[in-house]
Design a protein around this ligand. Structure first.
Ligand code: IPE
Ligand code: IPE
Ligand code: MG
Length: 250
């Protein structure tokens, strides 16, 4: 099944260069099994491992995973601390394998907010994989798009105040360059699992022309078949960027 799906996708050609995913539904996955929420986060890691592997295998260049939002700090302390521990243990356990598979790890968001051991674990992983040339795996950690935009505005204001830049030099490119995603192309495909149809403060600026794909599947159930189906769906769309269908297909 997945093999023929893969063939179909590769035959179609235009793969998304950058896939971004809002990995939602871990808690509900656990609840449906009368398990604690953290069991859902734990199972979600198996989905992450599989999705990262498939993206590398089929030749996706960038994968951004919404791992922990700025607003997720407002969850019960116990859950936050369990997630932070899982983050550290997972990165420690997986980093060698990621490195072996030529994955380059990066993060977006305010890493400073993380407990120091989790933050250090991430920094070590980034350092180890910095020269890899395969999949760019980008984890959004303590990430919020409004906070990111606010930070960009402040950075631009600083440059103007210190005379490094003038007001009329501000352009869309200058703004993009001050975001955490400065070196990353905008996402082509944004997937949200878990059945909600909202953006939850994720990549607001960057997703202006991103194709959205929503699925009811909870994140722990989102595996190869679901990913390939989302790509197939993406490949059936016509991206018009404001133009008419006729213009784009001419
Ligand atoms: C997503 O799953 C994981 C994080 C936000 C860390 P949730 O924990 O939000 O799961 P639901 O939405 O409550 O089911
Ligand atoms: C979005 O999921 C954040 C992550 C997946 C990390 P949430 O579960 O936090 O989103 P809301 O609160 O339902 O919008
Ligand atoms: Mg949720």
């Amino acid at each position: 099944m997945s093999k023929s799906l893969r063939k179909q996708i590769l035959k179609q050609g235009d793969l998304p260069t950058h896939i971004a995913i809002i990995m939602d539904g871990n808690g509900r996955w656990a609840k449906a099994r009368s398990l604690p929420r953290v069991a859902g986060h734990r199972e979600g890691i198996n989905s992450v491992r599989e999705i990262v592997r498939i993206c590398g295998e089929i030749g996706i260049s960038y994968l951004t995973l919404y791992t922990f939002s700025s607003e997720n700090w407002n969850r019960p302390k116990r859950e936050v601390s369990a997630i932070m521990k899982l983050l550290l243990s997972t990165i420690k356990k997986e980093i060698k394998n990621l490195h072996k598979n030529n994955v380059r790890l990066s993060t977006i968001g305010n890493l400073e907010d993380l407990p120091s051991d989790s933050r250090q674990g991430m920094l070590d992983g980034i350092e180890m994989t910095k020269n890899n040339s395969g999949l760019n795996l980008n984890l959004a950690l303590s990430y919020g798009s409004r906070q990111e935009l606010l930070r960009a505005v402040r950075r631009i204001a600083d440059k103007i105040q210190s005379g490094k830049m003038t007001q009329d030099q501000i352009s869309e490119e200058t703004i993009s360059r001050e975001l955490y995603t400065a070196s990353v192309p905008d996402p082509d495909l944004l997937i949200r699992t878990g059945g909600e149809a909202r953006i939850s403060n994720f990549l607001l600026w960057q997703s202006a022309y991103t194709e959205f794909y929503m699925t009811d599947a909870f994140w722990p159930d989102f595996r190869e078949k679901e990913l390939l189906n989302s790509i197939l769906d993406y490949q059936s769309r016509q991206r018009r960027f404001g133009q008419t269908g006729e213009q784009v297909s001419a």
